[in-house]
Ligand binder design. Sequence first.
Ligand code: SAH
Length: 358
Amino acid sequence: MQETTRDIKSMTLEELAGVMKENGFPAFRAKQLYRWMHVSLVRNYGEMTNIPKAMAEHLGKEYPLTTVRMIDRQISQLDGTQKYLFAMGDDSLVESVFMRYKFGNSVCISSQVGCRMGCKFCASTLDGLYRSLTPSEMLEQIYEIQRVTGERISHVVVMGTGEPLDNYDNLVRFLHLLTDENGLNISQRNVTVSTCGIVPRIYDLAKEELSITLALSLHAVTDEKRREIMPIANQYSIAELMEAGRYYFDRTGRQVTFEYSLIRDVNDSSQDAQMLAELARPLKAHINLIPVNPVRERGYRQTREEGVRAFEKKLEKRGINVSIRRVLGRDIDGACGQLRHRHLTDQKQETVSDNAGE
Ligand code: SAH
């Protein structure tokens, strides 16, 4: 776990009570601070009106509050989806997305700065992994969007940049804080964590007693094909992944989701649909079809619309619960990691031209 001894926004209420004691403040202050940070969502100690000034100053020095800075925001003219680029305290950049649905507002957050999983179709991995995010940095993406939009967030998906199970301890701490009844109190049932399939961590997550949804990024139905597009498949077979998914379902009672990005002529044949149905059936898994979002650097193409619908029909005919991911924000940098990647590329180009000018 990353150091949380000074990162006050990553602390549980009990840990906060410990900090109050260590610093000679009364215990009841812990709950006040916690509310200011996780319910009122203030940005700094100065806004905490019932905290004595001297105490606020002391905490400000010893326990700086994690915040994120909005660097860019794109709003889709088509559906109101908002894509955010945030800078962390060390200027690392991450993306988050705000989406409005009938059932509420959903935020998709990043769990790492970059990613080291190397999936071939994904823009997030193009620049590799820089570092993992702390629990407070994950929370702040949601908090800042709630501040900026003034709208309550009811759903959270950990499907932005990064592999959440490659940042396991911070993820679990984040999930507890996010769904804590003393904090933002988002229902665990409204939280989804998506993984490329780090099998041992799936077993660990199943044992955490959290009622969150697990999404498995499958994207191929044979080990051979999966290895071509997802390096993690060299470590764990589809059979092992299915067994872990089964364990998660049995242990938590939560239906798992398979994510399946349709890539033209790669994984979208009739036989693929048939085999996918066979994998989903024993787990009663829900399948989420995503027409692959083309990433300039990769060259994969989307399955045509008719092909996507035909693929869906084939699954439905076999009694599988399937949905096609609504494509939101088509007019903004839609694919995972594209906004950040574009900014990084722009920066590099600026550096190059700066140097050229010297
Ligand atoms: N690392 C996690 C979560 C991040 S991505 C995971 O692998 O699940 C969230 C989902 O979007 C994953 O299913 C991922 O495979 C998929 N994805 C990534 N890039 C994509 C693209 N260009 N088009 C469609 N889906 C993509």
